[in-house]
Design a protein around this ligand. Sequence first.
Ligand code: 5GP
Length: 205
Amino acid sequence: MSQHGLLIVISGPSGVGKGTVCQALLRKKADLVFSVSKTTRQPRPGEKDGVNYFFVTPEEFQKSIAEGDFLEYACVYDHYYGTPRRAVERMLAAGRDVILEIDTQGALQVMQTYPQGVFIFLLPPSGAELRSRIIKRGTETEETLKKRLAAAKSEIELAYKYQYVIVNDHVETACERICAIIEAEKMRVLRNKALINALVEEVKA
Ligand code: 5GP
């Protein structure tokens, strides 16, 4: 089968549960690796540097941009986030399947530079459910809630640019659907040319 790992991009609107789904997915599929992003935002309680994110200063982030260190980067709700390019390339070359949990701006950039990636968009079961999930996080004021919902509407329209949509109704079911996509993607003819060619040679000999 394909020697090069898969780059799996998971995005979706704020509050859809990307983080929860990705964590459950990593627990379920031990062979997946999570790409740890750099961010300029402050760590939340319990978050660890180098595990959840690499927490950097705005100056360090700008330096990484200038040095071309990011596969993609974006400003999301006043903070910068970026995917370290070299770490991802190294893991893919080693045959590891890599998960990027990133916003839609970043995913659109990766579609341009790495179109062989697998692009998955998580949808909420309904608008009301999305609203209640954002409220439950307890981090929003009435005003920022409105902002997030308006942004969510524009982001959901971007789902057309992805290859797959998954409704995140139950975390476990969403994970199973992602696993099914990963398995199917690995069997694509385009990803298995070397295998087919080797067999053609072997059968011919
Ligand atoms: P949070 O601050 O809640 O961890 O993340 C805020 C948003 O930034 C989420 O939508 C998350 O998916 C996104 N994000 C996290 N890392 C990256 C990254 O490296 N690049 C981009 N473009 N978005 C990211």
